[in-house]
Design a protein around this ligand. Structure first.
Ligand SMILES: Cc1cc2nc3c(=O)[nH]c(=O)nc-3n(C[C@H](O)[C@H](O)[C@H](O)COP(=O)(O)O)c2cc1C
Length: 217
């Protein structure tokens, strides 16, 4: 019998690099191979700043990363976060970030990684790794990264299993436009409201209805 948490994890590695068969290509092959050996379904895709990222709907985990050139994370990945629909399709995904660069880890964490994380403030980041070119063939580094990704995925799967309440895209957009403190309080209140009313999916109409009920008191 297949249990829910035995479901095969679907991961995509979304990457960018100016090189062909450089360190980034080698790194993502190692990450992909390790994930596949552990039973995941894995695909890889090179980022385009103006790409259409609706295909991310098919995946549970998005592993995203690129090299740093002249102190800036490679441009197609940064461009995609700024210009395309990538951010929209990253909502509700488990995200793992990696950078390959020659600088010390402390510098990469404080100067380079925030260039990605500033666009992902509301997302669930399950792991982040800075990998120097000389570490790319280090099995332990790859193993640790993959392990953290799988662990993060399992945790998110467990926490979502108990909550069968669905949110429509539009209702989520409305909720996410609020400051995080209010949105988490409202989410909690709405879960109770939906349970009481037997509602399975929160839509903008349900939000209006709940607000009207609340204001009526
Ligand atoms: C032109 C060039 C500029 C680079 N600039 C930086 C930099 O500013 N900071 C840094 O930490 N690493 C820098 N690096 C190192 C690369 O980020 C690192 O070698 C990376 O693994 C290259 O990935 P690739 O082989 O896929 O191109 C630079 C490398 C190149 C070739």
């Amino acid at each position: 019998m297949t249990r829910d948490n035995d479901r095969q994890m679907k991961a995509i590695i979304l990457y960018d690099s100016r090189s062909t068969e450089g360190s980034t290509d080698r790194l993502i092959d190692s990450i992909g191979q390790q994930l596949a050996e552990n039973g995941a379904y894995v695909e890889k895709a090179r980022c385009k700043a103006t790409g259409d990222y609706s295909f991310l709907k098919e995946f549970d985990v998005v592993i995203m990363g690129a090299p740093v050139y002249y102190m800036v994370v490679s441009s197609q990945l940064l461009g995609a976060l700024l210009q395309s629909n990538l951010k929209r399709y990253l909502r509700n995904k488990n995200i793992a970030l990696f950078l390959t660069c020659g600088s010390p880890e402390a510098m990469a964490l404080s100067v380079y990684l925030p260039q990605l994380k500033i666009h992902l403030m509301r997302n669930r980041i399950v792991s982040e790794k800075i990998i120097a070119p000389h570490q790319i063939d280090d099995e332990e580094v790859i193993y640790d990264f993959v392990n953290e990704i799988e662990e993060g995925y399992r945790k998110s799967f467990k926490s979502s299993r108990g909550d069968s309440l669905q949110w429509s895209e539009k209702a989520l957009e409305q909720l996410e436009s609020l400051p995080p403190f209010f949105s988490s309080k409202i989410k909690e209140g709405l879960s109770v409201y939906a349970r009481e009313q037997g509602i399975r999916c929160i839509t903008p109409e349900v939000l209006d209805e709940a607000r009207a009920n609340y204001e009526g008191y």
